[in-house]
Design a protein around this ligand. Structure first.
Ligand code: ATP
Length: 289
């Protein structure tokens, strides 16, 4: 029960983009259970945030595998209002960057700066409001607040949902929403300055993915966007693309620059296009015969 209400608390602190709750609420429980490895809460909570994010020469190993360096001298810059995409093979370290951004871990070397100040100098609550991590599950846009709270605990009664929300001091807040507990979780209610789009769990086809992107961008037109692309679709329009492999930046630039370079990114694009064409051809042959 306690865990359930902490989950609600976590969920509400990320409202309205309702963070990863969604699509993967077991993740909430994972987070709630996770022991913080970060220094105590900071005090910064500036009224305006430009959304300028920098990873500066970050080196990181997970505490449970201290000998395996996951990020090596890794640098990233996301300028205000722009989009930076992280691409590269599985295990390259993309999700790890997000975990560091969410302060689940602390880099051993280097620093993460938000508007030029260390991430850890900000209040956690503030960061939760300003940085939204969204897994691109369509469910995010379809479910009500109540359904999101219940997610992963489908047997929970309304009473339990209300009680959990009350314990998390979220009941009044939810009741004040336009449609209370039935409010669509995708509705706009705040403005994160940094939006992290993670397509890890995405089961969307490219076209719906594009629509989701558009919707998100529209509702957060002034946000900086960090796109974690486990697949390549939608990366093209990023202002900057970083190809991460084995925890290191293999190459970076715009889509056009990287294609021109004919390196790892270009090969990946080629491979995906070939696979796409092969599928289309097979489909055409099936339909024809
Ligand atoms: P994918 O595209 O498959 O999601 P990724 O680029 O996001 O991959 P990460 O998930 O960041 O890669 O993984 C980078 C490395 O860190 C991998 O070797 C992985 O096994 C390791 N790793 C990830 N999470 C943990 C963890 N909680 N504890 C220890 N090692 C981890």
């Amino acid at each position: 029960e306690l865990q359930f209400s902490s989950a609600v608390e976590v969920l509400m602190s990320y409202y309205p983009h309702v963070k990863k709750a969604i699509g993967a609420s077991e993740k909430i429980f994972e987070y709630v259970d996770r022991k913080p490895q970060v220094p105590p809460d900071g005090s910064l909570a500036p009224q305006t945030l430009n959304g300028h994010l920098q990873f500066k020469n970050v080196t990181f190993a997970y505490p449970n595998r201290p000998d395996t360096v996951v990020l090596k001298d890794f640098s990233l810059e996301l300028k205000p209002g722009q989009m930076t995409a992280l691409v590269g093979p599985s295990g390259g370290g993309k999700s790890t960057c997000v975990s560091l951004l969410e302060r689940f871990y602390q880099p051993q070397e280097g620093e993460i700066l938000l508007d030029g100040k260390p991430l850890h100098s900000y209040q956690n609550q503030y960061l939760h409001k300003k940085i939204a991590v969204v897994s691109q599950e369509p469910v995010l846009f379809a479910r009500s607040v109540k359904e999101n709270i219940k997610y992963g605990r489908e047997e929970a009664t309304d009473e339990e949902v209300f009680r959990a929300a009350k314990m998390a001091n979220a009941h009044k807040f939810i009741n004040d929403l336009p449609n209370g507990y039935d409010t669509d979780a995708g509705e706009k209610g705040g403005q994160p300055q940094i939006l992290v789009l993670d397509d890890a769990t995405s089961s969307l086809d490219t076209e719906s993915e594009h629509l989701v992107h558009q919707a998100l961008q529209k509702s957060s037109s002034r946000s900086s966007i960090l796109l974690i692309a486990h697949r390549l679709s939608a990366v093209e329009k990023a202002n900057h693309i970083i190809f991460l492999q084995g925890g290191e930046v293999l190459e970076e630039g715009t889509h056009t620059e990287l294609l021109g370079k004919g390196g790892a990114y270009a090969q990946l694009v080629l491979k995906q296009n070939t696979a796409f064409q092969r599928n289309a051809q097979e489909r055409a042959e099936k339909e024809g015969g």
